[in-house]
Write a protein that binds this ligand. Structure first.
Ligand SMILES: NC(=O)c1ccc[n+]([C@@H]2O[C@H](COP(=O)([O-])OP(=O)(O)OC[C@H]3O[C@@H](n4cnc5c(N)ncnc54)[C@H](O)[C@@H]3O)[C@@H](O)[C@H]2O)c1
Length: 283
């Protein structure tokens, strides 16, 4: 079961899972795109069910449909999402805040709840993977409600993993960095590329397939002992802490000095200026 499987990361996941031999149900709010995906991929192992993941009745129906079509559930990719509430915190309507949480956290909760009921009843374990975000690990990567909701997804991954481990149900999350889907591009290809150019260490743009690859690992036997974890796939974006230091280091003043800075300890800094020709290895 792949929620949000009609576009972007979810769609790449559907393609990878089909190629790996899985039978896949796509659940998505966007019925038009769902129909296109069915047509485009043209696989007898693929189904679509129109679903709002924030609606419990619809979530129950989506799992019922999957079992009806394919007999059982093995894997849930809780991936549906959107940007949600945006704007200054002083201007955000509570309705928009709540709707963001309903979809991004409520949808993940409902998916875990009803998948776990099914998997426990089947009695032979299962796999749940949630799409969180690097936005859930701190400020600076997304709007307030989105970031707070994704932080909740990371935490829910841990609590659910602990609770469901006895049933051999593994629960992990993926934190994508900047992935070039419509959610990120939002009609402005150049702006989307510019926004990461100075911040992401890895030179390639993140693609939906990069996250689908991580999903495949988390659904495979190669991750059999892994649960309650969050796998970050972000081209080094968070390792570089927003690349703040690297951005400063590329400024000539910082890249031509070496030493030790003592901050506000009262010790004087020990800094020497580098011989730039020596630094390039020419003598
Ligand atoms: N693209 C990024 O840079 C990025 C980074 C971090 C996390 N994410 C997360 O990855 C996930 C997938 O996003 P994407 O980038 O592929 O975006 P996308 O817009 O390409 O795909 C998201 C899909 O989710 C569906 N969806 C939205 N709300 C839904 C609902 N209530 N019920 C059912 N389906 C719903 C949409 O119709 C769409 O098909 C989201 O959870 C998003 O927050 C994306």
């Amino acid at each position: 079961m792949v929620t949000g499987g009609a576009s972007g990361i979810g769609l790449a996941a559907v393609e990878r899972l089909l190629a790996a031999g899985a039978r896949v149900v796509v659940a998505d709010l966007n019925e038009k795109r769902g129909a296109e995906v069915l047509r485009q991929l043209g696989s007898e192992n693929l189904r679509f069910v129109a679903t709002d993941v924030a609606d419990e009745t619809q979530v129950e129906r989506m799992f019922g449909y999957a079992v009806d079509q394919f007999g059982r559930l093995d894997i849930l990719f809780n991936n549906a999402g959107l940007g949600g509430a945006v704007g200054p915190i002083t201007e955000i309507g509570y309705d928009n805040w709540r709707r963001t949480f309903d979809i991004l956290v409520g949808g993940v909760f409902l998916g875990i709840k009803h998948a776990a009921r099914l998997l426990i009843a089947q009695g032979d374990g299962g796999i749940i993977v949630n799409t969180a975000s690097i936005a859930g690990t701190g400020a600076g990567f997304g709007p307030q409600a989105y970031s707070a909701a994704k932080a909740a997804v990371i935490n829910l991954t841990e609590t659910a993993a602990v609770e469901l481990a006895a049933h051999r149900i593994r629960v992990n999350a993926i934190c994508p960095g900047v992935i070039f889907t419509q959610l990120w591009i939002a009609g402005d290809e150049d702006g989307a590329a510019d926004a990461i150019r100075n911040f992401q260490p890895w030179p390639d743009q993140g693609q939906p397939g990069d996250i689908a690859d991580a999903l495949l690992f988390l659904t495979s036997k190669q991750s059999a002992f892994m649960t309650g974890q969050t796998l970050t796939v972000d081209g080094g974006l968070t390792a570089a802490h927003g690349n703040f230091f690297q951005a400063r280091a590329s400024n000539r003043a910082l890249s031509t000095i070496s030493g030790f800075t003592y901050g506000t300890t009262g010790h004087p800094n020990i800094i020497k200026r580098l011989d730039t020709t020596a630094a390039t290895g020419n003598g």
